[in-house]
Design a protein around this ligand. Structure first.
Ligand code: LER
Ligand code: MN
Length: 265
């Protein structure tokens, strides 16, 4: 059976107390009601999350957590594996390590997106890559029972790792079995020469998969051929979640319901 999840992007602070019982639970109920099997959570800092309450709400609604996003630590706090400030790099690594117990509990992949950072002015790309490799080796060793997935992102978001080819070279350098890639069709549409060929090349190193259409609306709203993309993905042996990460347009509920209807076809 194919498994679909939805990225639920909320600020860590909103997971606390009232929001967790109100907004959070209402949203989880909606996601389950629409037919999704899982919810992908964005968690800036696991210390701000009431893990037991979170787990209870999610399991009460029959959902699982296939992956956890960590990018808010970059977006809101500026933490980065490739900063020129050693204290910021150390803090970024510690923050990612702090996700390990939560990821182990949910059997969730830890997503490494923008936490990799952007090469700061005056620093060479090669130096950023050295910092990135060291950080990834450190995290992968600390979380041996957990899987980490770096997401190739398009050129407008970072200068580091745009394609599956870049990601596979990085995987070789990192040399850890629990380190792979998260592929996102929105980024692939911008950066990959042929999306299906890149999916095949990544093979069993695809640890997680995001879907959005060419315009970053829900699948079916743009010009990507999800028939061949998903057929190629499953032909690699991929049995994990396909996770919807798209803009809330024309509104969040419409996008989420149209996406699941389209994906289930
Ligand atoms: C996150 O999964 C992603 O795709 C990025 O575009 C967010 O910056
Ligand atoms: Mn993504």
């Amino acid at each position: 059976m194919k498994k679909f999840s939805l990225v639920f992007s909320t600020h860590a602070a909103k997971f606390q107390a009232v929001a967790l019982k109100g907004d959070f639970e209402a949203n989880i109920a909606k996601i389950a009601g629409w037919g999704y099997d899982g919810v992908e959570l964005a968690i800036r800092d696991p210390r701000l999350v009431d893990v037991d309450a979170l787990a209870r709400v999610i399991s009460d609604h029959g959902l699982t957590v296939p992956a956890m996003g960590t990018g808010q630590a970059w977006g809101e706090e500026g933490l980065s594996f490739t900063s020129d400030d050693p204290a910021i790099r150390a803090k970024a690594i510690e923050r990612i390590k702090s996700h390990i117990p939560l990821a182990a509990r949910f059997n969730a992949v830890i997503i490494l997106g923008l936490i990799r950072g952007i090469t700061p002015p005056g620093q060479s790309h090669a130096q950023s890559m050295d910092y990135l490799v060291a950080a990834l080796q450190d995290c992968a060793a600390a979380g041996a029972g957990v899987r980490f997935a770096l997401e190739p992102l398009n050129r407008y978001e970072t200068d580091l790792i745009h394609t599956v080819a870049d990601g596979l070279t990085l995987i070789e350098r990192v040399g850890a079995v629990n380190f792979g890639l998260l592929l996102d069709t929105f980024h692939m549409n911008i950066e990959e020469p042929v999306i299906e060929e890149s999916i095949c090349a990544c093979g069993d190193r695809i640890f997680h998969f995001h879907v959005a259409d060419s315009n970053r609306w829900y699948p079916g709203a743009g010009h990507l051929d999800f028939g061949t993309i998903l057929k190629t993905l499953y032909a690699t042996g991929y049995e994990d979640f396909v996770s919807g990460e798209f803009m809330p347009k024309p509104d969040a509920d419409t996008a989420a319901t149209r996406a699941i209807a389209y994906l289930q076809q």
